[in-house]
Design a protein around this ligand. Structure first.
Ligand code: ATP
Ligand code: MG
Length: 392
């Protein structure tokens, strides 16, 4: 039986005049996500996106699983395609729903007829379909208020569609509709979650990781690559950059008070990130900071970090507890990788007694011992591109 996938767009329906642009982006993102699965035809009509596989052997379960991670979709449904005559519709519907209806108790039929030349009107289609299903599945009852399933029959231009169960989508806005931002990604639990959350708001993510060889090893870098790859399922293509941070960290350690190390280091991360953000056309920087989680994430410390940034710094986790962050990390599949025990550049030099209430004057005074511009100039950045579902 021929099947297609129908997608219900979420918040983008609210965007008035921009709506078409948002929908086009969503269609494009869906296409990209399915690219490696086979050929699909994708089009939109009346705030629904239609995804039609172009060959019989395409794995639709996998297609649905991938689409459930595409932001901008509130719900999706598989539907069976029938010829536009009642005999075919009445024959296909019970057969198509035979996997579902035996496990449900109540149903309701809704019909939508955009082709007005179809001889039956919507109420009649609903009534007749109800009768067909009741005669085939004797345990079923009609419940118009709280049915276990709404069986939808749609009469469209070329075909009729019979919908199955509606599945939840990832919500949010289509990636790419809110601009581009640079995620500072460590190997930890928080920053991948921060990237996921901003992608959910439609932000196209690129990422920067600071490495400090020989203090941090190849495995820490591989871990960040794995995390980035996992994020592509939600974020789409991610350009991952790595920056050599050893010289900067050693300079801070040798020339600045130990208790200020972390805040000064974060300010350098910002400076390097800003340069890259400009090159990559990013309108903001994203971090995984959460208020009071560690010494560098107090309000005064964050103020000192923000003082060097000329673009907004987004911290989507700022008001979240660790447990809430962990739950999202588990849901998006990054948690297990994040807890692998490799050194991060931040842990290597962590001071014993970091200052939790630094002032900007204090920090700027300490930084006078450093040649800031030269250090940032010498910080070398490398690039790697991560695509969705690379060929296995
Ligand atoms: P995470 O779990 O994301 O590592 P964290 O709780 O360990 O966060 P910190 O180590 O203080 O917190 O880092 C705070 C934020 O700074 C991180 O969420 C991340 O955005 C950024 N960051 C930390 N280390 C790095 C790094 N090596 N490369 C890039 N960004 C980093
Ligand atoms: Mg960390």
């Amino acid at each position: 039986m021929k099947e297609i996938i129908l997608i219900k767009c979420g918040e983008i329906a609210l965007k008035g005049l921009n709506r078409s642009g948002f929908e086009d982006r969503l269609v494009k993102n869906c296409k990209r996500r399915l690219e490696t699965l086979g050929e699909f035809k994708c089009w939109k009509a009346q705030s629904t996106i239609y995804i039609e596989p172009q060959s019989e052997d395409i794995d639709l379960d996998e297609a649905v699983a991938r689409l459930q991670k595409v932001f901008g979709i509130v719900a999706l449904t598989r539907a069976c395609v029938a010829e536009k005559n009642w005999e075919d519709i009445a024959a296909k519907a019970p057969a198509y729903l035979a996997d579902t209806l035996p496990y449900l108790k109540t149903f309701k039929v809704e019909a939508k007829r955009s082709d007005k030349s179809f001889p039956m009107k919507s109420p009649e289609i609903s009534r007749e379909m109800g009768a067909v299903l009741l005669s085939r599945f004797h345990h079923l009852k009609v419940d118009v208020n709280h049915p276990d399933i709404v069986v939808m029959v749609e009469i469209r231009e070329k075909y009729a569609y019979i919908h199955g169960v509606q599945l939840p989508g990832a919500g949010g806005m289509p990636v790419g509709t809110s601009g581009r931002a640079l995620l500072l990604i460590s190997g930890g639990i928080d920053s991948p979650v921060a990237g996921y959350m901003m992608a959910k708001r439609g932000v196209d993510i690129c990422a920067l990781h600071f490495q400090s060889p020989p203090y941090t090893g190849e495995r820490a870098w591989l871990k960040v690559q794995t995390l980035t790859e996992k994020l592509t399922e939600y974020c789409g293509v991610i350009d991952l950059f790595s920056a050599g941070f050893t010289e900067i960290q050693e300079e801070i350690k040798n020339k600045c008070p130990e208790e200020l190390f972390t805040v000064i280091m974060r300010r350098f991360m910002m400076r390097v990130a800003l340069r890259l953000a400009e090159k990559e056309d990013c309108g903001a920087i994203i971090t995984g900071e959460s208020l009071a989680q560690v010494a560098s994430q107090t309000m005064p410390a964050i103020a000192c970090t923000d003082a060097v940034s000329t673009i907004p710094v987004f911290r989507p986790l700022i008001g979240m507890d660790k447990q809430e962050i962990v739950e999202i990390a588990e849901k998006i599949g990054t948690f297990e990788t994040s807890i692998l025990p490799y050194e991060d550049c931040c842990t290597v030099f962590t001071p014993r007694h970091p200052r939790t209430r630094p002032t900007l004057e204090m920090i700027e005074e300490a930084e006078k011992a450093l040649d800031i511009e030269a250090l940032v100039d010498r910080c070398e950045i490398n690039h790697k591109r991560f695509r969705l579902y690379p060929a296995k």
